[in-house]
Design a protein. Structure first.
Length: 248
């Protein structure tokens, strides 16, 4: 394992074999991103793939009326632009930095595809990640359809918490309302509800997770399937009681 592979915080890159990482290493460049930076645009060729080392990226469905809804997210466990490895070249969704000012290792889509052509094991691992992301997206749809806002918000906070080192996350009520496709007033009321349980603390655009176990109890079955799928297919992931366990 090279020094770069050992030092990166990206779990997907660390899960690669040394030989597969070597196919990418010379083409990886470290880039510093900022909150709200665009990662790729909807219906445009995805020219570069980002392996975040911190922070959270959001996958967004942009509606004709101008509203935006989050349909997925990723952080140091994954990569942007899963459509690239499926030879789709682009997607109707957009992506942006949602939490933090993350560093990322970046490679051109063409270089990544060329490496996948050389190694079936590299392509297989990246496709496994795409499968876990697909499970996450289907769970988001199911959560929006079947769970009340407290469970949905608890799930979303847990997902962000899994991808950040700090318990403190800068998240405005306006941004949360866009991500969850609800009115801002609904987010405000629900944050107060979660605060009353002792699971979180919310103040001036900052949400702090104060009791992760309680937050998991509130989220219930809305949270956990996608994370378990990642652990089954790739390796340890997450900050909860199951985070370091690999699903067999």
């Amino acid at each position: 394992m090279s020094s770069l592979q050992m030092s990166t915080a990206n779990l997907l890159l660390r899960a690669l074999s040394g030989a597969d990482f070597a196919l990418l290493e010379l083409h990886l460049e470290r880039e510093q991103l900022k909150l709200r930076d665009s990662i790729f645009e909807a219906n445009e060729p995805i020219e570069r793939v980002y392996f975040l080392e911190e922070g959270v990226g959001s996958i967004i469905s942009e509606q004709e009326d101008g509203d935006s809804v989050e349909v997925g997210l990723f952080g140091h466990e994954g990569m942007s632009g899963a459509a690239v490895i499926m030879d789709a070249k682009q997607t109707p969704h957009a992506s942006m930095v949602q939490v933090g000012n993350p560093a990322a290792l970046v490679i051109s889509s063409a270089r990544l595809l060329a490496a996948c052509d050389k190694s079936v094991t590299l392509l297989r691992l990246l496709m496994r990640y795409a499968q876990s992301l697909n499970v996450q997206a289907t769970m988001t749809a199911a959560s929006n359809a079947h769970y009340a806002l407290p469970e949905r918000l608890a799930r979303w906070l847990l997902m962000c918490h899994d991808r950040t080192e700090s318990d403190r996350m800068e998240l405005t009520h306006e941004f949360l309302s866009m991500m969850l496709a609800v009115r801002r007033s609904g987010v405000t009321v629900t944050l107060h509800t979660l605060e009353a349980t002792g699971a979180i603390r919310s103040n001036r655009g900052v949400v702090t997770v104060t009791n992760r176990s309680r937050l998991e109890e509130i989220a219930g079955d809305a949270y956990g399937q996608a994370e378990a799928e990642y652990r089954r297919l790739i390796g340890p992931f997450g900050r909860g009681r199951h985070g370091m366990a690999v699903v067999q």
